[in-house]
Write a protein that binds this ligand. Structure first.
Ligand SMILES: [Zn+2]
Length: 751
């Protein structure tokens, strides 16, 4: 037991970020202390697309790159994105710096975004990565010149919908030349920078990643990431077929996209780990032949996929070709364990079948306990309900949730061990891991190791334990169980960072997944009822203590979402909040029950919102004229009469298949519409924008096309001009919702 505890603790401890290097670290090394100076300069205020602060950031960054001898440009261009039921267009000012290599085979492209959300200064997201790039370029300048070209791409408009990266990838200045893209992001303000996404055929890239001094992340994260509604600047490059790696740190996720994403809340260790990875990768890729990395461009044979995981501070890699054999080997080990146990009369087929059938119930109970814990937390405190699960100090609560998973496991033992025996239960849980290893080997190969390796170890451990005298049995069982503890325990902890407390079902279920294969360790021992009861009491006590000690204050505020909507069609104005349980401050404004927006409530969202009556402020409706073009398309000319630079147009019904957007002085850009039209136009110039909407199918000659009903909006950030609005009390902060804190003026047009 001690061996397993020590291994689990070591696995977690060795995954922590390194200490930040001091400001007087050697010039050739990466120093987070030096990088933090750049974060301070950049992240003193929010820098959303089109804002004066964003212009200042662009000019400052271009000057820094020029100062380090990079050929630098900041040409404005138009970017567009289309995903789910929302589209975005905007003028972006990417900062692109290039340093020619001595004998280039291609380019290493370092990517980070310098814009931030309107809600906060984005110190972690993504000023930290921008600063790491500056520090990396500086460190590289002290050594011999790189063989390959170095391209620094600091994008604009990432938060508005990957607009800068999309514009760069579309223009493709590296056309026809091999390139490797290294994107750095943050979805939190601490923890190690995890390698969480790679381009397909990643074996060569993973080989390059071995040079990183503090590797973090594993190949299962890509599968988990695909389930999350997140996207990064890496996506447009991936869609263009470019090879590359994507890294992000995800701890302290309660700061993500909030006013609290500040320099003070950013972990310098995360910057150190991010920067040392960036520098090591750039040195390796900068001095190697890039042609084999970019088969789409060079025609080189593509490399396979690798399974990788950073455990105990070391990167363990095996080829994708070994994934299925490894999963089969695990299955064989489990079969060997089964046969051995049966021959030694430690299990019977009936007992094994009972354990195998009841194991999913134990996992389900653990998941339900985790889910229930989150529901209770959200019910006890409005701040939690409005946090989407990302609370500032979740530590004690997280331990409580993991203990609830243990309660489910102990209940399984308490109820069924007398009938089935610990051996049958342990080997059945191991058999399930082997099954999961095989299923994932086929469906998500990168995640198979998480189950196959623990199954292999535990299966062998059980088989050996069945042979040795009873007194020695714990040793092979514990050694065989190391894989489950070392891989699945840190995995369940990482799930908290990915999904927040709202996803507590997952880590709780993982406890059963990871610990049930060790059941035979307690064979022959009694399990009194007081054990699960004590663990349950401890879980509840820790959760309660966690809630009590996590009171909101100015340093750790709760979230409060509020915005203002003026519908000029009906002449009514409303306060709007997305918060499920409004705090007292918010409840003064929004008094109604949650309502799904529709024609009478023209708020651009499909999720329920609360509203309340607001004073009508004398602000003009956006300008919008419509005209049918000869081919049946609908032309809109849009502009704001109050100087708002963000406009939107939303259709009440599906049917629009594309929008062609023209900003004065730029070429038109075509935006495909997959579901409903909900187009946001960012950084619109004074002259406004022209939008041409096309609908499905040709219009028969002599017939008028069916009219489209559209809601046009303009929006500005900040509610201080609205009478009746008072600043939040210090224990509340602005929510990171997309349209939070906006003043939105809408009107409908039909054409
Ligand atoms: Zn970001």
């Amino acid at each position: 037991m001690l061996l397993l505890l020590a291994a689990g603790a070591a696995a977690i401890a060795t995954s922590r970020p390194p200490a930040p290097a001091a400001g007087d670290a050697p010039a050739s090394a990466f120093s987070a202390t030096r990088a933090m100076g750049s974060v301070a300069a950049l992240a003193d205020r929010p820098r959303p697309i089109g804002s004066p602060a964003s212009d200042r950031a662009r000019d400052g960054l271009a000057a820094r790159l020029r100062g380090m001898g990079l050929q630098t440009s900041t040409t404005p261009s138009v970017g567009a994105s289309s995903r789910d039921d929302a589209q975005a267009v905007g003028v972006v000012d990417n900062v692109v710096g290039t340093r020619r290599g001595t004998a280039p085979t291609g380019a290493v492209v370092l990517v980070a975004h310098y814009d931030s959300v309107p809600a906060g200064p984005g110190a972690a997201d993504d000023a930290a990565a921008v600063a790491s790039i500056l520090e990396t370029v500086r460190a590289l300048s002290t050594g011999p010149a790189l063989r390959n070209d170095l391209v620094v791409l600091l994008t604009d408009g990432e938060e508005a919908g990957l607009l800068g990266a999309q514009a760069f990838a579309r223009a493709d200045p590296l056309r026809g030349r091999p390139a490797v893209v290294l994107n750095f992001e943050a979805r939190g303000a601490g923890g190690p920078s995890l390698l969480f996404q790679t381009s397909p055929g990643n074996a060569r890239l993973i080989d390059a990643y071995r040079a990183v001094p503090h590797p973090a992340g594993d190949s299962s994260l890509a599968a988990a990431y695909a389930l999350l509604p997140n996207d990064t600047d890496f996506t447009p490059f991936l869609e263009a077929g470019r090879p590359g790696l994507n890294s992000a740190f995800v701890e302290r996720a309660s700061r993500y996209h909030t006013p609290g994403d500040t320099l003070a809340n950013l972990d310098p260790g995360s910057v150190q780990q991010q920067g040392t990875s960036m520098l090591a990768l750039t040195r390796v890729l900068g001095s190697t032949d890039l042609a084999p990395f970019d088969p789409a461009v060079s025609g080189a044979p593509p490399s396979g996929d690798a399974t990788y995981a950073a455990v105990f501070g070391h990167l363990w890699v095996y080829s994708g070709a070994a994934v299925l054999p490894m999963a089969l080997l695990a299955a064989i080990a489990v079969v060997a364990a089964l046969v051995t146990l049966w021959r030694r009369e430690l299990i019977t087929p009936g007992r094994f079948a009972g354990a195998f059938a009841s194991w999913p119930v134990a996992v389900l109970v653990a998941a339900l306990l985790g889910e229930g814990a989150w529901r209770v937390l959200a019910w006890t405190r409005s701040g939690y309900a409005n946090s989407l699960g990302f609370v500032h100090r979740p530590g004690l609560i997280q331990v409580g949730v993991l203990l609830l998973g243990l309660v489910a496991l102990l209940l399984w033992g308490l109820l069924l061990r007398g009938r089935l025996g610990a051996w049958a239960m342990g080997v059945a849980a191991t058999a399930w891991l082997a099954v999961l290893g095989l299923v994932t080997a086929v469906l998500v190969p990168g995640a198979s190791f998480l189950f196959a390796l623990p199954a292999l170890g535990a299966g062998l451990g059980i088989a050996v334990a069945a042979f040795v005298p009873a007194v020695w049995r714990p040793l092979p069982l514990a050694i065989g169980g190391l894989g489950t503890v070392v891989l699945l325990v840190p995995f369940s902890v990482a799930l908290f960072d990915a999904a927040g407390l709202a996803g507590s079902a997952l880590p709780a279920a993982c406890v059963v997944l990871g610990l049930a294969p060790l059941a035979a360790l307690v064979a022959g021992r009694r399990l009194p009822v007081r054990v699960p009861v004590s663990v349950l009491v401890a879980a509840v006590a820790l959760g309660a203590l966690g809630v009590v000690t996590d009171r909101p204050d100015a340093a750790y505020p709760d979230r409060a979402d509020l915005a203002y909507l003026h519908d000029t069609d009906s002449g009514t104005a409303r306060w709007v909040s997305r918060d499920p349980v409004p705090a007292p401050w918010t409840a003064r404004y929004v008094t109604g029950a949650p309502t799904v927006p529709g024609p009478d409530l023209p708020w651009p969202s499909d999720t329920p919102i609360r509203t309340g009556p607001a004073p009508v402020v004398d602000l003009p409706a956006p300008a919008a004229t419509t005209r049918r073009l000869p081919d049946g398309a609908l032309e809109l000319r849009l502009g704001s009469r109050r100087g708002a630079d963000t406009l939107g147009v939303r259709a009440d019904t599906p049917g629009v298949t594309s929008a062609e957007v023209t900003y004065l002085g730029h070429d038109p850009i075509m935006v495909p519409v997959h579901g409903r039209l909900d187009l946001t136009l960012f950084a619109v110039p004074r002259g406004g924008a022209r939008v041409v909407l096309r609908t499905d199918g040709p219009v028969p000659v002599g017939q008028d096309p069916a009219p489209l009903r559209l809601v046009v909006r303009d929006q500005t950030t900040g509610l201080s001009g609205i009478s009746g609005w008072t600043p939040r009390p210090p224990e509340l902060e602005r929510s990171p919702t997309r349209n939070g804190e906006t003043v939105m003026i809408t009107r409908s047009v039909t054409g």
